[in-house]
Design a binder for this molecule. Structure first.
Ligand SMILES: [Cu+2]
Length: 72
């Protein structure tokens, strides 16, 4: 299992965090998603078949592009 934290500058309200948690949470292999409105950070725990490329592609697709990887 792997955890990543991204900065997602497009987060600006509770609706954003809910959308991200719901959409990313549906990706196969994703175990948990926590999006924080105040810090604009999203922490995702996942394992195969999910991977970082798929998660970043999904975030971009739903208009919340990940701009920085904080930690692995
Ligand atoms: Cu919002």
């Amino acid at each position: 299992m792997t955890s990543v934290t991204y900065t997602v500058p497009a987060i600006h309200c509770g609706h954003c965090t809910h959308t991200i948690e719901t959409e990313v949470g549906e990706l196969l292999g994703v175990r948990s998603v926590k999006a924080d409105e105040a810090s604009k950070k999203v922490t995702i725990t996942f394992d195969a078949p999910a991977d970082e490329a798929k998660i970043k592609a999904l975030l971009a697709e739903i208009n919340y592009p990940a701009e920085g990887l904080i930690s692995l």
